[in-house]
Design a protein around this ligand. Structure first.
Ligand code: FAD
Length: 491
């Protein structure tokens, strides 16, 4: 196929990509978005995605078995499904694939970081502007809402969270409600059986067939409405090259088995690489190492972190955690101000449709360790390397919290779920690799190039202290406003 030229190309359709595309399109700028995953349009029959406890091929990206942190007994034909796991020597990193990126698979928790922490990790960004303007804007655009305390206290679907909360309080910890993009009015209707049950009937991580306000319902829907955005699903960008006038991309159009149907070159004047922390870092590290973007600086591929993620499980919770569980988390144990062991631990559901007497937690710690992406010429692959003891201290931080919960309430580590009941290998929050102010300027413009940007999670310095998509969205809003105002004027 001939090279196809576009003024602006955005790689990816996750948070950073969607914000950039919408804001450009609103100004009349035509945008082409290339997404390696599938489009997952909602259907009236609510059959787009598979359920958590009976996943089929739609659940998983090009693997013949399911890939959750535990209980992977399901096998199927390889398919371009919605959840992917990238395994490195030390870590298992989960990412979403499809139009909407991580918003299709994530738990929807929408949390603004504590201001003091945000200021400490990104001191060069004007925090007042972020907290007065861009975080509220991101929350509004993402349709963030909160569970009504009355529903939370009375529904059987949040018994798991109430039990974990009561145990946390008994052990002297504070808990907080966590906002979400799942529509809680819809969830209350689900509980009354007035509408199709999604979160209340085992849907999350492989997609929600209703209720969740993922990017395809918010930013991307608004972007498509402008008629200035075209999205091409199943277009996987292989390489990025600088040219005299802009950029050239080598792209594979793949089928649902992952095979290349055809390859095609694209060119553009403005390129936004928004393939997520893992995808953007991979593309840019490869481009630097193979000389197709030789002027990128040494910071490209550096500063990657897992947002301090650690998972833990506790068994023999004598109050029980309920056979009915909503798949959407709404509460966290907030011990972030603990000087020695700061932890923000979300109370996660384990919706097995039977009483398991188990509490599950996704904890975020201040893990200061960072990894690095590097290119291997022999395999033509980019690998993420972290030290062997990458999560050791983070695990210790979470362990002291779990020990106290167990000591005060009874319960033991859930060793059937994870070795030692606690796991520092699992990463849901990959961040960094092209850190703002280091690989890029303070607005995501890659140093060494013009009209080359990233707007996604690769900009964050390995940590946000809370679930990251609100921060990614708010920073993207801030950056794209500046880029549109300054870079498109005379070009
Ligand atoms: P992404 O959303 O990852 O989007 C990148 C897109 O680029 C993807 O669609 C990908 O397919 C595409 N892409 C990659 N490479 C290429 C290529 N070469 N060519 C074409 N396309 C490409 N965060 C929260 O804040 N709250 C939560 O509750 C939460 N829960 C999570 C639960 C799970 C199971 C997972 C996996 C993540 C969760 N996260 C959560 C994290 C959150 O989803 C991510 O931080 C967020 O999606 C990152 O946004 P992004 O814009 O950086 O990129």
């Amino acid at each position: 196929k001939e090279t196809e030229h576009h003024r602006v190309i955005v790689i990816g359709t996750g948070y950073g990509a969607a914000v950039a595309a919408l804001r450009m399109a609103e100004k009349g700028i035509k945008v082409l978005m290339l997404e390696m995953g599938m489009d997952w349009p909602a259907s009236k029959e609510h059959r787009t995605f598979s359920k958590l406890i009976f996943p089929d091929k739609r659940s998983t990206w090009l693997k013949s078995h399911s890939i959750l942190p535990f209980a992977n007994v399901f096998t199927f034909k390889k398919y371009t499904g919605v959840l992917d796991r990238i395994d490195t020597d030390q870590l298992k990193v989960y990412v979403g694939r499809g139009v909407g990126g991580g918003s299709l698979v994530n738990g929807g928790m929408a949390v603004v970081p504590k201001r003091a922490y945000f200021e400490s990790i990104m001191p060069e960004i004007n925090a007042a502007e972020m907290y007065d303007k861009y975080f509220p804007l991101a929350n509004r655009m993402l349709k963030v809402n909160s569970i009504s305390p009355r529903f939370f206290e009375t529904t059987p679907y949040y018994k798991f969270a109430r039990t974990a909360r009561d145990q946390a309080h008994k052990a002297g910890y504070k808990t907080v409600f966590v906002p979400n993009v799942y529509d809680f009015d819809y969830m209350e209707k689900e509980s009354r059986k007035e509408v199709y049950q999604s979160a209340l009937n085992g849907e999350v991580v492989y997609g929600n067939n209703a209720g969740k306000q993922s990017l395809d319902k918010t930013y991307l829907a608004a972007a498509m409405k402008t008629k200035n955005v075209e999205i091409r699903p199943l277009y996987s960008v292989r390489s990025i090259h600088s040219t005299k006038t802009g950029y050239k991309l080598e792209v594979d159009n793949i089928n649902t088995s992952g095979d290349t149907v055809f390859s095609q070159d694209f060119s553009c004047d403005f390129l936004f690489v928004c393939a997520g922390s893992m995808g953007t870092s991979e593309l840019m590290v490869k481009a630097k190492a193979t000389g197709t973007l030789p002027a990128l600086n040494q910071e490209v591929g550096e500063g990657w972190g897992n947002n301090g993620n650690v998972m833990a499980g506790r068994n023999f919770i004598k109050q029980g955690t309920g056979s009915k569980q909503s798949c959407i988390p709404t509460m966290a144990i907030d011990d972030w101000d603990n000087k020695e062991h700061p932890v923000f631990a979300e109370i996660s559901p384990m919706p097995m449709k039977m009483e398991t007497w188990t509490s599950l937690y996704l904890a975020i710690t201040k893990n200061p360790n960072r990894g690095k992406f590097s290119y291997n010429a022999l395999t033509n692959k980019v690998n993420l390397k972290v030290a062997e003891n990458f999560s050791t201290n983070a695990i210790a931080d979470v362990k002291q919290l779990m020990d106290k919960l167990n000591n005060e309430n009874g319960g033991t580590y859930a060793r059937l779920l994870f070795k030692h009941g606690i796991n520092g290998e699992i990463c849901y929050h990959p961040l960094g690799g092209c850190v703002i102010g280091r690989a890029t300027d303070l607005y995501g413009r890659f140093k060494g190039y013009e009209r080359l940007y990233t707007c996604d999670g690769s900009l964050l310095p390995g940590s946000t202290g809370v679930n990251p998509f609100v921060t990614i969205t708010a920073i993207a809003e801030r950056n794209i406003e500046k880029i549109i105002a300054e870079d498109f004027q005379n070009y």
